[in-house]
Design a binder for this molecule. Structure first.
Ligand SMILES: [Zn+2]
Length: 69
């Protein structure tokens, strides 16, 4: 069984700059990508506080939601 995926929708990240990025993957992948994105695009600093904020917008992907066989 594949690792369960989660997603983060950057529209829910309170940064002031409108952004529609959508990241999906394992929790570690999503968090790492969000951090890189927030630093590069939103001018944030990679701090425990930022990671806490990013972690709070990560949500479980609904099982079967994308299963069109
Ligand atoms: Zn963004």
């Amino acid at each position: 069984m594949a690792a369960s995926r989660v997603y983060a929708d950057c529209r829910e990240f309170p940064s002031g700059k409108p952004c529609s990025l959508y990241i999906s993957g394992t929790e570690d992948e999503v968090l790492e990508t969000e951090v890189l994105h927030a630093v590069k695009t939103h001018g944030e600093k990679d701090t425990p506080d930022l990671r806490q904020k990013l972690r709070s917008i990560i949500k479980e992907e609904r099982a079967g939601a994308s299963a069109h066989v």
